[in-house]
Write a protein that binds this ligand. Structure first.
Ligand code: SME
Length: 153
C-alpha cells in the first residue's frame, strides 16, 4: 500500500467525508492487521477531537477531550503514539474489547496538528515503522486536500 490510495480518494470523491471514508475502507480491507481505521479532527474552538470518518465497528467515542486516551494524548503531544499492548496503558479509552494494539499518527497543516488517523488491531504488537511511514504519507496527502471549513469541525 502507498499514499496513492489517498490521492485516488480525493480524485474520486468531491465530498471530503467520503474521501476520508474511502481511505479508511481501503486500509481496513487491504491490511489484515487493520481492524478499525478512523480520522479524528480537532474541534475549531474546543479542546476536543471529533470523529469524521471510520471503517469498522461504530464507536460511541465520537468525541474525545484533549489529554484523554491515546488519541487525546496525541492531540497534545504532536507525536505518533504506538501502543503494542493496550492493556498496559493507563490512559486508554477502549472502543472494542477485541483491540490489542493501536497506532495514532497526527495530521499537520503548516506545522499545526489538526487531527489524526487512528488504527486499532485485534493482534498484539501489530504495528511497525512501515505502518508509521505509510500513515504519515497518507496524512500528508490528507493535509494537502482537506478543507476544514467544508469538513465542519
Ligand atoms: N482507543 C482510543 C479511542 C478511540 S477508539 O480506539 C476508536 C484512545 O484510547 O484514545
Amino acid at each position: 500500500m502507498t499514499a496513492d490510495l489517498a490521492r485516488k480518494a480525493f480524485e474520486k470523491n468531491t465530498d471530503q467525508r467520503q474521501a476520508l471514508e474511502y481511505i479508511c475502507n481501503e486500509l481496513k480491507e487491504n491490511l489484515d492487521h487493520y481492524d478499525w481505521v478512523g480520522f479524528y479532527f480537532h474541534h475549531r474552538t474546543e479542546a476536543k477531537l471529533i470523529l469524521k470518518a471510520f471503517a469498522g465497528e461504530p464507536t460511541e467515542h465520537t468525541e474525545i477531550p484533549f489529554g484523554k486516551g491515546i488519541c487525546g494524548q496525541v492531540a497534545e503531544s504532536d507525536e505518533n503514539f504506538r501502543v503494542d499492548d493496550v492493556n498496559a496503558q493507563e490512559n486508554y479509552i477502549a472502543c472494542s474489547l477485541f483491540t490489542k494494539s493501536e497506532l495514532v499518527v497526527p495530521i499537520f497543516i503548516n506545522g499545526k496538528n489538526i487531527g489524526q488517523i487512528d488504527i486499532d488491531s485485534h493482534q498484539k504488537d501489530a504495528f511497525s515503522r512501515d505502518d508509521e511511514a505509510l500513515l504519515k504519507d497518507i496524512n500528508a496527502v490528507v493535509a494537502e486536500n482537506i478543507k476544514l471549513e467544508t469538513l465542519n469541525v
